[in-house]
Design a protein around this ligand. Sequence first.
Ligand SMILES: [Zn+2]
Length: 625
Amino acid sequence: MSQNKGFYITTPIYYVNDIPHIGHAYTTVAADILARYMRLKGRKVFFLTGTDEHGQKVEKAACERGRAPKEHADIMVENFKALWNELNISNDAFIRTTDEEHKKVVSAILQKLYDKGEIEKRKYCGMYCTPCERFWTAKDLIEGKCPDCGREVECIEEENYFFLMSRYQSSLIDYIEKNPGYILPETRKNEVLSFLKTKPLGDLCISRPRQRLQWGIPLPFDENYTTYVWFDALVNYYSALNYLAPKDIEWWPPDHHLIGKDILITHAVYWSTMLMALEMPLPKNIFAHGWWTVQGAKMSKSLGNVVNPYEVIKKYGVDAFRYFLFREVSFGLDGDFSEEAIIRRINNDLANDLGNLVNRFLVMNEKYMNGQIKPTKAVDELSEKLKNLIQEIDNENLWNEFKFNIILEKIWEVISLTNNYIAKTEPWRVAKENSERLPQILFNIWNALRIITAFLYPFMPQTSLKIWNALGLSSFKIDCNILNWDIEIKEVRTEKIEQIFPRIENKSEEKIKESKMEELISIEDFARIKLKVGKVIEAEKLKGSEKLIKLIVDIGEKRQIVAGIGKSYSPEELVGRSIVIVSNLKPAKLMGVESQGMLLAATGSDGTISILTVDREVNPGASIK
Ligand SMILES: [Zn+2]
């Protein structure tokens, strides 16, 4: 492959009649994440999205509104462009199948295939579904109806042109088996293989008589026919390179066609065989992702549960939405959307883990270092651990296989390591000691945050830039050099910012609060418990027990108390100590010995018991409130 091969990634071109929903957003944000990462890595990237604008449905919708089809498409296309803008999609081009240049390429390809004998005119009798614009064979039908939409089909006999797709059945099977990364995930590959292996592949009808469909590209070799929309649409991946991509770079074959699983066969079979007939290299990968359900139910207009991306963005912010889509489920599988889930992600991951880390650091660095960061070469446990994690995250295979949830998990490992590092090094304590180690610790935290921010950039560009600037890096571009732990920089200054992800209070949390209310006690309840300071006068192990110690305690009067602290204290070390006693507890017998009260103690995670004591000397019997 040429050194000058750019990274080329596509989304499907969306049907211009549709109102963009979470499914469109999902595919497009995924492509955006990978495009941004490849740019970070210094690759030349061409990221293409666009709209599919021909066909009967557009013609019909336009007619109903008293518009010309192109006029209708011009209005509808803005829905997609506006959403991509809102979602910070960094596409390099936007193709419309009504572009004159696209139409020219489709014509040229049709002519070429026709001249090569790959297209043939045949009489055809088929069951036709008008909404789906598809012919079906009798055995495709489910109870006599369209297998895609379940509507009535018409029997139509007519002459049409066919692309002789069946010729490529065995070479396509071969190709898929020899190139395991061609169709991903694995389950989708198996789906395509079983489709190809279980029945003979038919030929593809690629025309519609002009009198039935005007809105489309005429066949160059027979103007009585219009090109079938799918054939027209699939060519976009190639035609765009002719007039929308930079010319100085080789883009073909595409690195990824990103699609939803509903259009797997059109891409994996129609498009692949079209390219084989054209003797063009096949794309490196077709990746079909899963679908979103809403609280367990399939999203549909009739159920009225279609997730409107604008509403989610408005409520939670664009980056929280982008993050949620890829953290919550593995990209190939189906995911379930719920507001509870997105709120949980915002509160736990974004506000607590990431947001607190950023703010704690910025506040400390301001307080102790006046906002200065001085690079040091100091190596400690944090830098060592993080260097390994950075390599794991910066693994192109993970990115190219769209394992975004795993990448995010690893980034969150870095975040939690850094949070733990702060807890362990206690910069606030080091600051009091006026130690030289403080600038090193703060530099290490800053450096970890720099890497975290760079890796988060593909997922949350807006938030990352905010943190990036707060770290004092506004004069540095986020690029591949940034992904290394070691960085050559002079002094920079950090700046405090507002909380990047404020916590969201939601109803279920209010419920938790309510249930906690029930467990709360009043001051009167508390006053019923008499707590007193007691001085240990005598202590001895109870015979026959390892755990129990019998104490004689002075609480203004002498009390005998039996306590299960023998594994953590010897009797000798207890004598003379001031401890805290519940003095009005009903007496109880332990191993036959009466205990007239209870001492207070805490149990550590390893089971070690620590008794409660008082900070200064007080008289035995002093009451505790
Ligand atoms: Zn149908």
